[in-house]
Design a protein around this ligand. Sequence first.
Ligand code: ZN
Length: 496
Amino acid sequence: MRDHFELRDGDAAGRIGELSVPRAGVTVETPALMAVVNPNIRTISPARLESDFGAEILITNSYIIHKNEDLHETALDVGLHELLGFDGAIVTDSGSFQLAEYGDIEVTTREILEFQREIGSDIGTPVDIPTPPDVSREQAERELRLTEEALADAEGVDTGEMLVNAPVQGSTYPDLREEAGRHAYATDLDVFPVGAVVPLMNNYRYADMIDAVAAAKRGLGRDAPVHLFGAGHPMMFALAVAAGCDLFDSAAYAIYARDDRYLTVRGTEQLDDLEYFPCSCAVCSAHDPDELRAYGDEERERLLAEHNLHVSFSEIRRVKQAIRSGNLLELVESRARGHPAMLDGYRALLDHAEQLEREDPISKGSFFYLSAESARRPEVRRHHERIGRLDAGETVLLTQGGKPSGDTYDAAWRVVPPFGPFPRALSETYPFTAEVPERTDRSAYEAAAEGVSRLVAANPETTFVLAHDDWPASALARVPEGVELESLTGESRAEN
Ligand SMILES: [Zn+2]
């Protein structure tokens, strides 16, 4: 049990949590976005991150500070909080990125963790090995051993009140990610970054990213705070939160601004291509794209970075509200429509519906059926599991419509796509209060037929009649033989 992280609310595998950071004396509400602050380049000052953007936590690189003589001395002298001018929680990275980039760094896990503690970091990081995607299995395994050694070294360092990251590696091998998660969770370390996913995100491989996160989560306990390391694009926050990520870090806000790139929740735009700003932040309200283009490089970069931060922080707030309202998957679904690669990510998430279902709350606000993907949501899966345990009686009418007059059935159950049949008494309970479009797609009917099939399998002695609202042939084909069919519309529709 990790007592520094408490879960307050949840939706799918997403959650609102409270991360206590004892050294900083603050509690950070998650999901949280940590702006990456380069100690050498302050595009936006940490004090402004706090005052103008409400940042409770940020991340900087202790290795850069360690290597730079002036920063090194100042940090030891006045402390990291004073150096950066920030009162909230400060996370420090270790130089693992530089190790991956340049093949060698000049510090060990023990040295860099002791340095992080000495300069006043609130959450430190050992020197793990960020194994990129698609390497040989042998390399992934070898490097995972080194990361596990780094975690063991970290456990042996006296870090005082500083929390310590336990990165989860394993490249694109789900079983290694899961093993890495299990190993990291068994240490006495505190926060769990899923590492080396940046190349996946840079190449829009959101499905692979979700598979990596889902695998890591299978190894980690539910009370483990999870940081998706290097993830800073607002378009994927909802998806990653729904998969169970709690912390994000954005270097993107500054790096993209330097290249005149404008972040939105639907993707990235080039400032040069914009005639209008689809945003109402302070920057976009006060300027149009022409005005922004007319600024000098430095001012334009700062303003773009501010917009990029605004859109990122506001998406985090939207995600949190969606968790509170119980419609996070509806938000993921709408984000998935912004880019085909996001749709792949959402579909990959639904491949893990069984895993999501274990954490998804029993009751939420309302279920909106918005696309064929909705038929694969954890709520549908849960009902199908449950329906296989229901006792139906001798003769049961399953109907999408009302109860026919003069019927002789023992019971008339309602049928709602994509769930299928359920006892009428449950009509007003979640998720059967679902809003489903009148022009429902085939997937919803097919999922409903799957529900019928589960019920029939559990009640082989029962006589069932299914009164349906003109289901497509592909759905009727899934209804077991022996179930009498009755069309409520009196016509049959051709399969389309
Ligand atoms: Zn804006």
